[in-house]
Design a protein around this ligand. Structure first.
Ligand SMILES: Nc1ncnc2c1ncn2[C@@H]1O[C@H](COP(=O)(O)OP(=O)(O)O)[C@@H](O)[C@H]1O
Ligand SMILES: [Mg+2]
Length: 338
């Protein structure tokens, strides 16, 4: 059977369909997961119609209620993606799990984008090598995606670098609305293109820049919340992994003095499945620490960034993890207060 389309929803006339299309709702999944108020505001359709459309879309996709057994079966299909570093994989109990979202948090230069680019390559490794044997969808909000870097990383994994680049579907996001629209469109792409990893690097920079000041904070959080839940819905519905990044400033003065504190504190803490805090450390090493995970212990590990990509440090480069652990804990406490 063909996948259901918007026109399959009974009661949608041509006028409504055109309005939905103009507002960027080009597929049924987006209709099913968009909050009613947003659907009304963006498309200009009436509340009654919007309500009918949302419910019909959910029904067509078989969302809403499933049995616990179905949930169990769905979870059993979860796969693990290698990060390319044994340390990092161990930290994540075997790699990044599909159907979940990983949030990489850290200061500028802590390695968030490097990790994202590395995952673009490892996702394309075959299953027996720890990959997901699939394509990648990359939403770049800061213009920091370097194809040449991914090319080099792909080579170091013995992959055909041109093929790896061909299998990354890339979009540069210019503002938060554009970013949200691209995620709406992602529902169709993910289904049609065997996408196994979705990256948003960085998730909140546009939101932070556009919704400045306390008076805009709740609206911003609401939008962000909606955005994150769509990403989670993609992960769960299509058995793919989602990786997002979140840049923070560790300078306490900037943390507490600035009314535009890191966006998404609470929203992200609840929605993202695993948060990993990254920071630079001594002798070119970097530390990664699990925070706020429902099922992983709050452990930390070290890695290095080399011309090959992300790797485990040589043993003589390993530093005093205990001291770093305390530092990381302090930073995390600061983050929690914002
Ligand atoms: N080819 C390379 N070889 C070694 N290190 C690199 C290479 N490219 C980037 N790096 C390291 O990665 C850092 C940038 O990390 P990045 O992931 O862009 O940070 P952010 O967390 O801001 O996204 C640089 O400061 C550099 O230390
Ligand atoms: Mg970056």
């Amino acid at each position: 059977m063909d996948d259901p389309k918007i026109v399959d929803i009974s009661g949608i006339g041509e006028t409504t369909a055109a309005k939905l299309k103009a507002a960027g709702f080009t597929n049924i999944e987006a209709l099913a997961v968009t909050p009613l108020r947003e659907l009304i505001e963006k498309s200009g359709i009436g509340e009654k119609t919007a309500d009918k459309i949302t419910n019909a879309a959910r029904e067509l996709l078989g969302l809403d209620f499933i049995t616990a057994m179905e949930l169990y079966e769905r979870r059993k299909k979860a796969q693990r993606l290698t990060t390319g570093s044994k340390n990092f994989d161990d930290l994540l109990a075997g790699g990044i799990e599909t159907q979940t979202m990983v949030e990489l948090i850290g200061e500028f230069g802590s390695g968030k984008s490097q990790l994202c680019m590395q995952f673009c390559a490892t996702t394309q490794l075959p299953l027996e090598k720890g990959g997901l044997g699939g394509k990648v969808l990359f939403l770049d909000t800061e213009g920091t995606f370097y194809p040449r870097r991914v090319h080099d990383m792909a080579k170091s994994f013995g992959l055909d670098p041109d093929e790896v680049l061909n299998n990354i579907i890339y979009a540069r996001c210019y503002n938060s609305d554009h970013q949200m629209l691209l995620v709406n469109r992602a529902f169709r792409l993910v289904r049609e293109e065997n996408i196994k990893l979705i990256i948003v690097d960085s998730l909140i920079s546009h939101f932070r820049g556009e919704y400045v000041g306390r008076e805009n904070l709740s609206y911003r959080q609401q939008k962000l919340n909606n955005h994150i839940h769509k990403l989670l819905r993609l992960a769960e519905g299509y058995n793919c992994a989602v990786v997002i990044t979140n840049q923070i400033q560790s300078n306490p003065a900037a943390f507490f003095g600035d009314p535009n504190r890191p966006a998404g504190g609470n929203v992200l803490a609840h929605a993202s499945t695993h948060r990993i805090y990254l920071r630079k450390s001594k002798a070119g090493t970097r530390v990664a620490k699990i925070i706020d995970s429902p099922c992983l212990p709050e452990e930390s590990t070290t890695f290095v960034i080399t011309s090959n990509g992300i790797e485990d440090p040589d043993s003589d480069r390993t530093m005093n993890t205990e001291a770093v652990s305390t530092e990381v804990t302090e930073q995390v406490e600061l983050l929690e207060k914002t």
